[in-house]
Write a new protein. Structure first.
Lengths: 113, 112
């Protein structure tokens, strides 16, 4: 069975500060891991994904995430927050078939000017 | 990636009526997925739709309430039947491509 836990349903950061959104997963098979972003009144956009290979993955808009197997984590970071980063962020896990996705409950990011 | 469109983008409906949501993808895909996102919540998978076969529904969702069609490899519809205010949600379709799911923009449904 697979599941995702996102710690912190709401995160606030100042503009220019580090963004850290936490995601922990459980999986009985090697997981594929994803971060999606949802801007207000829009669908989900893929930010980045980890399947195999390098454990530090870079995505769009300056975001990156590191797969840490020993910690079963896939935290999302960005060195410097921008106002346009304010959105809902979802972590997801799947098996290597990509057909069954499990989403976390989401983290709402607020950027304070 | 994939380019996915949905119609309508939003609608306001009366209870007891039905709404059909369309999902179109830019190229052929084997599997299409329908999700519901209730206000302030995460995504819940409703069903998986393969072309040429009946959709597979997740626990808590039934075909009579959410009939799905998949007439070809680029198109699917989801109908929300006999609507009640509890059906007010965003409905999203997605497709799987290279082990990744890509999402449409969603249909925002309000039931009065």
């Amino acid at each position: 069975a697979q599941s995702v836990t996102q710690l912190g349903s709401h995160v606030s950061v100042s503009e220019g500060a580090l963004v850290l959104l936490r995601c922990n997963y459980s999986s009985s098979v090697p997981p594929y891991l994803f971060w999606y972003v949802q801007y207000p009144n829009q669908g989900l956009q893929l930010l980045l994904k980890y399947t195999t290979g390098a454990t530090l993955v870079k995505g769009i808009n300056g975001f990156e995430a590191e797969f840490k197997k020993s910690e079963t984590s896939f935290h999302l970071t960005k060195p410097s927050a921008h106002m346009s980063d304010a959105a809902e962020y979802f972590c997801a896990v799947s098996s290597n078939t990509g057909n069954q996705f499990y989403f976390g409950t989401g983290t709402s990011l607020t950027v304070i000017p | 990636s994939a380019v996915i469109s949905q119609k309508p983008s939003r609608d306001i409906c009366q209870r007891g009526t039905s709404l059909t949501i369309q999902c179109q993808v830019d190229s052929q895909v084997t599997m299409m997925f329908w999700y519901r996102q209730q206000p302030g919540q995460s995504l819940t998978l409703i069903a998986t739709a393969n072309q040429g076969s009946e959709a597979t529904y997740e626990s808590g969702f039934v075909i009579d309430k959410f009939p799905i069609s998949r007439p070809n490899l680029t198109f699917s519809t989801l109908t929300v039947s006999n609507m009640s205010p509890e059906d007010s949600s965003i409905y999203l379709c997605s497709v799987e491509r290279r082990d990744t799911q890509y999402f449409g923009p969603g249909t925002r449904l309000t039931v009065l």
